[in-house]
Write a protein that binds this ligand. Structure first.
Ligand code: ASP
Length: 344
């Protein structure tokens, strides 16, 4: 064999081995991180029973998603399965238990992104889809589009065989009372300041955001992010938050990280939070934690945006910064799992 041919064969073999290597699953790095919303969650406004219930549900969500990853399932399957558990729980502001709009309705937003292909799917302002995250995934995988809204998204969900429910399914007394309380406060506020009104306070009761989200790294090195929400209490007609806006509340790119956010959506949209974190890693070479801290603990704070994010990079490093009093959050990696609520 002449020298050139020999070298060519050697290169082919090395290339083949490289490919074989990269497609070999590596279970040592599989990671799942979740959040169940950020806000003024303090020990003072929590009962031991409520705390137990939240922790149990967060653990159940973590276990569900991790089981997918342990079996060699994709990060996309893991984040979808995880978010569905939280959507079905009345404890969180997503799916059942979603907050009420000013008109007394539940309007849901969700998004999912695949870090391997950079494909994404999102839906907004839907009122009859039981698990918005699965329809967001269907938009990504079974349509030519990235985002569908309102009745169109609902028609699409029906066509794709998603579970459709009566809007009353999303009702919970706690959330309904939250709306009444905020509306009463609004009235008081208007009375107090001579009717000038305040747009800043119209949304927030106790600044408790309850959006849910998951980010994951699978055994094949692929990242994914998923977020689902009812938005913010007392939101006005047609209001859409950061969650379904790719790059704001949800983002994933295998070369950097996967991010899911929770907080005052208007600020997260204006700061393009999730993409900004990925960009700091890509352009400035910052490690994940530094990039996430820079955006959540500095930029957002300066701009008055309350909330937090969860994130994972392709090496399984995680970050869960928040600038609010608390954030329901948890992670599981290398068999070690932790669920946290408060700052300390
Ligand atoms: N980010 C969500 C929104 O603005 C609210 C939340 O995180 O609970 O719609």
């Amino acid at each position: 064999m002449n020298k050139k041919l020999y070298l060519f064969c050697l290169c082919l073999l090395a290339g083949y081995m490289g490919l074989a290597q990269s497609s070999k699953p590596d279970y040592s790095k599989i990671t799942l991180v979740i959040h169940g919303g950020a806000g003024t969650i303090t020990r003072a406004n929590m009962t031991p029973e409520k705390e137990k219930a939240y922790k149990e549900k967060l653990n159940e969500a973590l276990k569900t998603g991790y089981a997918v990853l342990e079996k060699g399932g994709s990060s996309l399957d893991a984040v979808e399965a995880t978010v569905r558990v939280m959507e079905d729980s009345p404890l969180f502001n997503a799916g059942k238990g979603a907050v009420f709009t000013n008109e007394g309705k539940n309007e849901l937003d969700a998004a999912i992104m695949d870090g391997k292909t950079l494909k994404a799917g999102a839906i907004a302002s839907v009122t009859t889809i039981r698990n918005p995250i699965s329809t967001a995934r269907a938009v990504m995988e079974q349509s030519e589009h990235v985002m569908m809204i309102g009745p169109g998204a609902e028609k699409f969900a029906q066509e794709k065989g998603m579970e459709i429910v009566d809007p009353a399914y999303f009702y919970t007394e706690t959330r309904f009372n939250q709306l009444q309380k905020i509306k009463d406060n609004e009235k008081t506020e208007l009375d107090h300041n001579g009717g000038s009104g305040s747009t800043e306070n119209i949304f927030i009761e106790g600044k408790k955001f309850g959006t849910v989200g998951a980010v994951a790294l699978d055994a094949y090195g692929n990242l994914a992010a998923a977020t689902s929400t009812g938005g913010m209490t007392n939101k006005r007609y047609g209001r859409v938050g950061d969650v379904p806006i790719i790059g704001a509340g949800t983002y994933a790119d295998n070369t950097t990280c996967a991010v899911s956010a929770t907080g005052h959506g208007e600020y997260f949209i204006r700061s393009v939070v999730a993409h900004d974190i990925a960009s700091l890693m890509a352009y400035k070479g910052l490690p994940l934690k530094k990039a996430a801290d820079e955006v959540v603990m500095h930029k957002l704070v300066e701009r008055g945006g309350e909330g937090g994010v969860i994130a994972v990079d392709r090496n399984g490093n995680i970050a869960m910064p928040f600038n609010s009093a608390g954030m329901y959050r948890g992670y599981i990696k290398k068999g070690k799992s932790e669920v946290l609520i408060y700052k300390d």
